[in-house]
Design a protein around this ligand. Structure first.
Ligand SMILES: Cc1ncc(COP(=O)(O)O)c(C=O)c1O
Length: 467
């Protein structure tokens, strides 16, 4: 039954064939990200036509509660008129101008100041790009340029972690710690190094090992890698405060303090990739605040504009930024859309709304506590081996045996079945292996959380029956 809350947009599809029409065009011409195309074309893509609040609709009129905020990005949910209005106004006023020609725009200058006010410590200097990958590529160049200017041009190695996700451009994919993203593209670049284990006690903690001892082992892997490469060759360490796409891994107690101390000991820059964790996702503006460490560099995207327009940013501390700013050479880096005035206008209003709606203050704390408590109750389901989460992020592990935490074989099948059942019942969860992820819009209400959990239970029941 089509939902009438928000009318579907008009289309030029032949009468009564809307879905098939879009699918046929898509199958004929559209290459999707991260997709096995022959399989998608055999089953057809679902066509999402519109959205409002935490809900999406497809062209067959199904209403779906988006438990993933798009791709971890729609902090304010869908269809916020205030963001659309500000974009329209900005386009009419100044549809485009660049920051190359010793020029800026009011929106670009204002947004840089607003971000600087909200980043911790002295991460006060902001560079703009359009995606998380571009921000990460830019940060790599700033780091290398910084060490060149400091007279340490050999400091080029960047250490990352297995299972991390930092994007898909050549350099960002090289930082990413997923073999599937390296092997088919002859990556990673030689300057990028990966350590293990990933800081995920549930998966990598040894039997009898305390969480504190596990933290120590993870941090020791960083120190060992720095010593192996030689501290004079190591430029930076990059980490997501909570690892996202590679497995939603909540860091073990004390992990980030140990990592920070090692970076300081060896003069290695500490870089927090906040593309997912920024803008309230873990309960603060940035995930590094949730975990009590101070990076030298922060990269951000997604929640910066709630996904309404593509915009990302790099925040540098004063030491790095001043070194670059005082150089004789031109900083020969930037994008046509760096500091795009329309994107900046939307990001400004998005930040204002996050504040006006108190999504990081007491209201946000109350919503996330309720969300975490309700997710935790799913542990009574026969298929659920563990739940975990922080802020508005959560994961549900599907297991065959709750006592041993053994997975169904082949691994990943249970997750895939569950994800498909979720679509059928009307809720979106993302499956990575047999872990189901949730990252709902921050504006979700308690009654919508109740509805989401009920739909998840229904999907788990169906999955259990099928397995
Ligand atoms: C932590 C992290 N860094 C970087 C990226 C890349 O962002 P984009 O897809 O906008 O290039 C992502 C995307 O999910 C991410 O999760």
């Amino acid at each position: 039954m089509p939902d009438q809350t928000r009318p579907a947009p008009e289309t030029d599809a032949p009468d009564g064939q809307t879905t098939q029409y879009w699918q046929s065009l898509d199958n004929a011409h559209h290459l999707h990200p991260f997709t096995v195309h022959h399989a998608l074309r055999a089953q057809n893509p679902r066509v999402i036509s519109h959205g409002k609040g935490v809900y999406l609709w497809d062209t067959d009129g199904h209403r779906i509660l988006d438990g993933m905020a798009g791709l971890w990005c729609t902090q304010l949910g869908y269809g916020v008129d205030a963001l659309a209005d500000v974009a329209a106004e900005a386009m009419k006023t100044l549809s485009y101008y660049n920051a190359f020609f010793q020029t800026t725009t009011p929106n670009t200058a204002k947004l840089s100041a607003m971000i600087a006010e909200r980043t911790p410590a002295d991460l006060n200097q902001i560079f703009f790009a359009s995606s998380g990958s571009e921000a990460n590529d830019s940060a790599i160049k700033f780091i290398w340029y910084y060490w060149n200017l400091k007279g340490q041009p050999q400091k080029k190695a960047i250490i990352s972690r297995m299972r991390s996700y930092h994007g898909t451009t050549i350099a960002a994919a090289s930082l990413t710690g997923l073999d599937s993203m390296h092997d088919i593209f002859d990556l990673p670049l030689s300057q990028m190094h990966h350590i293990e284990p990933a800081p995920h006690y549930y998966e990598y903690g040894k039997s009898g090992e305390s969480e504190a001892a596990f933290s120590e082992r993870c941090a020791q892997a960083l120190e060992d890698k720095i010593l192996e490469l030689g501290p004079d060759n190591v430029a930076a360490f990059i980490g997501e405060p909570v690892m996202g796409a590679g497995g939603l891994m909540i860091p073990p107690t004390g992990y980030w303090q140990k990592i920070e101390a090692i970076c300081h000991k060896y003069n290695v820059l500490l870089w927090s990739d906040e593309v997912i964790c920024g803008f309230g996702r873990t309960g603060h503006w940035f995930g590094c605040e949730t975990y009590g460490f101070t990076p030298d560099i922060i990269t951000m995207a997604k929640g910066l504009s709630s996904g309404y327009v593509p915009i990302s940013a790099v925040a540098l501390n004063e030491e790095i930024a001043a070194t670059i700013a005082n150089a004789e050479t031109e900083m020969a880096h930037g994008f046509t859309y760096s500091g795009h005035p329309v994107a900046c206008a939307v990001a400004i209003r998005n930040i204002e709304l996050i504040e006006e709606m108190d999504l990081i203050g007491p209201r946000g704390v109350e919503t996330s506590a309720y969300f975490q408590a309700e997710v935790a109750k799913l542990i009574d389901h026969p298929l659920v081996g563990q739940t975990r989460g922080v802020g508005m992020l959560a994961a549900i592990e599907l297991v065959q045996d709750k006592a041993t935490q053994e997975n169904y074989q082949p691994e990943g099948r249970a997750g895939e079945i569950c994800r498909d059942n979720c679509f059928q019942t009307g809720v979106i969860m993302r499956a990575v292996g047999d872990a189901m992820f949730l990252s709902p819009p921050l504006i979700i209400s308690k009654s919508e959380i109740d509805e989401m959990i009920a739909l998840i239970r229904e999907s788990l029941d169906l999955t259990y029956a099928q397995l």
